[in-house]
Design a binder for this molecule. Structure first.
Ligand SMILES: Nc1ncnc2c1ncn2[C@@H]1O[C@H](COP(=O)(O)OP(=O)(O)OP(=O)(O)O)[C@@H](O)[C@H]1O
Ligand SMILES: [Mg+2]
Length: 260
């Protein structure tokens, strides 16, 4: 089986700092791969390299066998890779359904003039986009909040709305950067269910998360970064007993109680 995403020996340098240092891993179709590591390990930088926000300093990233190197973020999104951000980036003064519709823009066909002149093509497309957006909200259990402004949603639901928006462009690979950050235990448990359901629906998921209960609970495999380098890779059971991983977490065992 060929991997959906292959990351081969990538490096990302910021001046004198090697934020990502010769890191390789792959993600198979239908898999949930988690990337963990202490603060500053290079996890978000790795996400930014995959999604084209940062140009890699060396190495190669392939999606369905095709190199993503030098592609702009919107091209990478159109190929089927979308993400959420470590800090929520919603349009606060737009409704939930509008936030999701924004996420669909890279799928839309109508020319700007169709929109300005409100041609039948533009109106039909807008209606289809709205219908799909409501369906995605329903998939995330947010249908009753379709007309609620994003800033009026409780924090946990804002995080879920971010995922809904990322789903709007119809990705094959979804990257989630610390989706459980700031969530209470109930919301975390719900999020675990959401992530598992998305995978059951056919998505491949690449997850950065500090909450070990969530990581150990949903991941098929885990990659561990420390100071830019990959120090371990394996199943949750393998990684939690790895001596280098335990040492990287300042000598504390990687238990399910740990969270950042
Ligand atoms: N745009 C940038 N310019 C300079 N240095 C950066 C930039 N982005 C990240 N870094 C540095 O790269 C290193 C890795 O940062 P990164 O944000 O990838 O870590 P992380 O593993 O996501 O950490 P956290 O768990 O705290 O989110 C850090 O030392 C950070 O300061
Ligand atoms: Mg980060």
């Amino acid at each position: 089986m060929t991997a959906l995403l292959e990351v081969n020996n990538i490096a990302k340098r910021f001046g004198g700092l090697l934020a990502v240092n010769d890191v390789s891993f792959s993600i198979d179709e239908g898999e949930i791969l988690a990337m963990i590591g202490p603060n500053g390990a290079g996890k978000t930088t790795a996400f930014n390299c995959v999604t084209g926000l940062y140009a890699i300093s060396s190495g190669d990233i392939r999606f369905r066998g095709r190199s993503l190197v030098r592609l702009k973020p919107h091209r990478i999104a159109a190929l089927g890779i979308t993400r959420t951000f470590q800090n929520i980036r919603l349009f606060s003064y737009m409704t939930a359904v509008d936030n999701v519709m924004v996420g669909e823009h890279c799928r839309m066909q109508a020319h700007v003039w169709d929109a300005v002149l409100r041609t039948p093509k533009a109106r039909r497309e807008e209606r289809d986009v709205a219908t799909r957006a409501v369906r995605i909200l329903a998939r995330m259990g947010l249908e009753q909040y379709a007309d609620t402004y994003a800033h009026n949603l409780p924090y946990g639901l804002q995080r879920r709305l971010e995922i809904a928006r990322a789903l709007a462009s119809g990705p094959a690979l979804l990257l989630l950067d610390e989706p459980a950050a700031g969530l209470n235990p109930n919301e975390k448990a719900e999020l675990m269910g959401v992530i598992s359901r998305l995978r059951d629906d056919g998505l491949t998921i690449f997850l950065i998360e500090h909450d070990m209960r969530l990581v150990m609970g949903v991941s098929d495999r885990i990659v561990v970064l420390d100071q830019g380098s990959k120090i371990a890779e394996g199943t949750p059971a393998e990684v939690r007993n790895d001596a280098r991983v335990i040492a990287a977490y300042l000598g504390t065992a990687v238990t399910e109680e740990r969270s950042a």
